[in-house]
Design a protein around this ligand. Structure first.
Ligand SMILES: Cc1cc2nc3c(=O)[nH]c(=O)nc-3n(C[C@H](O)[C@H](O)[C@H](O)COP(=O)(O)O)c2cc1C
Length: 337
C-alpha cells in the first residue's frame, strides 16, 4: 500500500490535507491552533468577528465624531453583548496576526454578518493582518414576512459583492441550506465573487425554559446524522459550481470525511468533534482518511474526489426525489417482513 497524496487545493491555497478546523471559540487560543497544526490540521478558521461588534465600535467612533456608513440594524440600536465570545475588533486583529506568525498552515479569518454597510470595511484590516483567506458567514434568519425570497437572495449577493470588492485575498461564503433553489444560489454566489462555499451553517434553534418561561439559547454539539444534508448538496454541486466546496456539520469520524470527499468536497471541516476530543483528534481523522484511500488503492485524494458526486454517479437520481421514495420504501420493507 502506498501513501496517497493528501494535498488539497482550497480557495486557490495549497493545503497539506483536506481536514480544516472550522470556526470555534477554541480557535481563539493560539496555543490551541499550534496544537492543531502539530496534530496535522490542513488549515484553521478563526472564530468569527460579528457585524454587531464592529458596528458597536463604529457607533462609539461616531459618538466621538468619526462618522461611517452604518447598517440599518446598527442605527436601529440593536447591540447584543458578544464580549463573552470574543473581545472585539482590535483583539481580533491581534489574533489574526498572532495566528499567522505562529502557524505555517493557512489561517482563514471569519466575519459574520448579514448587512451591507460600514462594518464590511473591517475585511481590509483582516487582509492587512496577513490572513490567507476570509470566510464570510451569512447567518440570516429570514423572519420578515414583507421580505421575499428574491429580496433575501439579493441581500446575500450584495453583501458578497461588497466584501469581494474590499479584499483581494480568497473569499469563502458560509451559509445555510434554506433557499428555494440552493444550486442556483450557489452558482450566483460564485458569480458574485465567492471563491468557495462552506456548506452548511448549523442553525441553532432556541429552546423554551419551562421553569423561567423564557426563550433560552441552548447549543447542542452536532451528531453524525447531520452530515447527510451536506453530503447530498456536495454531491449535487460538485463539478457544477465555479468555486471550492467545503463541508461543515456532522463530521465526527474519518469515514464521514471520506464520504464527503467522494461526494465532492474539497475540504472537510470539524468543530464539535475537536471540542469533544481535543486538538489531537485531528490526527485520528487524518490517519483514518489516509488509510481509507490507501486501502482502496488511490494514489491521491484528487483521484477519488467527486467520484460519487451526482455528475459521476452511476445512479444520479439517488441524490434527488428518487432517494426519498426509495428510502421510505426500504424502511417499510425492512420493518414489515
Ligand atoms: C461553540 C461553537 C461556536 C461556533 N462559533 C462559530 C463562529 O464564530 N463562526 C462560524 O462561522 N461558525 C461557528 N461555529 C460553527 C462551526 O464552525 C461549525 O460550522 C458547526 O459547529 C458544524 O460543524 P461540526 O458539526 O463539526 O461542529 C461554532 C460552533 C460551535 C459549536
Amino acid at each position: 500500500m502506498t501513501d496517497p497524496d493528501l494535498t488539497t487545493q482550497y480557495l486557490g491555497l495549497t493545503l497539506r490535507n483536506p481536514i480544516v478546523a472550522s470556526a470555534s471559540p477554541a480557535n481563539a487560543d493560539v496555543n490551541h491552533l499550534i496544537a492543531l497544526e502539530a496534530a496535522g490540521i490542513g488549515a484553521v478558521v478563526l472564530p468569527s468577528l460579528f457585524e454587531e461588534q464592529i458596528e458597536n465600535d463604529l457607533l462609539m467612533m461616531d459618538d466621538l465624531g468619526f462618522g461611517g456608513p452604518l447598517s440599518a440594524e446598527a442605527v436601529a440600536g440593536y447591540r447584543p453583548n458578544l464580549d463573552a465570545y470574543n473581545t472585539g475588533p482590535s483583539d481580533y486583529l491581534t489574533l489574526v496576526e498572532s495566528a499567522v506568525e505562529h502557524l505555517d498552515v493557512p489561517v482563514i479569518a471569519s466575519l459574520n454578518g448579514i448587512s451591507t454597510g460600514g462594518w464590511t470595511s473591517f475585511a481590509e484590516q483582516i487582509e492587512d493582518g496577513g490572513a490567507d483567506a476570509l470566510e464570510l458567514n451569512i447567518y440570516l434568519v429570514a423572519a420578515n414576512s414583507n421580505e421575499t425570497g428574491q429580496d433575501i437572495e439579493d441581500r446575500y449577493l450584495r453583501l458578497v459583492e461588497e466584501v469581494r470588492a474590499t479584499v483581494s485575498i480568497p473569499l469563502a461564503v458560509k451559509l445555510g441550506p434554506y433557499f428555494s433553489s440552493p444550486a442556483n444560489m450557489a452558482k450566483r454566489l460564485a458569480d458574485a465573487g465567492a471563491d468557495g462555499l462552506v456548506l452548511f451553517n448549523r442553525f441553532y434553534q432556541p429552546d423554551i425554559d419551562l421553569d423561567t418561561l423564557t426563550v433560552t439559547p441552548n447549543l447542542v454539539l452536532s451528531n453524525p446524522a447531520e452530515m447527510r444534508l451536506v453530503l447530498r448538496w456536495m454531491a449535487l454541486l460538485h463539478g457544477r459550481i465555479d468555486a471550492s466546496l467545503a463541508a461543515t456539520t456532522g463530521v465526527h469520524q474519518a469515514e464521514d470525511a471520506v464520504k464527503l470527499i467522494l461526494a465532492g468536497a474539497d475540504v472537510v471541516m470539524i468543530t464539535s468533534a475537536l471540542l469533544q476530543h481535543g486538538a489531537d483528534y485531528t490526527t485520528t481523522i487524518i490517519d483514518g482518511v489516509r488509510q481509507w484511500f490507501a486501502h482502496h488503492e488511490y494514489t491521491s485524494l484528487d483521484q477519488g474526489r467527486g467520484s460519487l458526486s451526482q455528475q459521476n454517479s452511476l445512479d444520479p437520481s439517488a441524490f434527488e426525489r428518487a432517494n426519498y421514495t426509495e428510502t421510505i420504501a426500504s424502511y417499510v420493507a425492512r420493518h414489515t417482513t
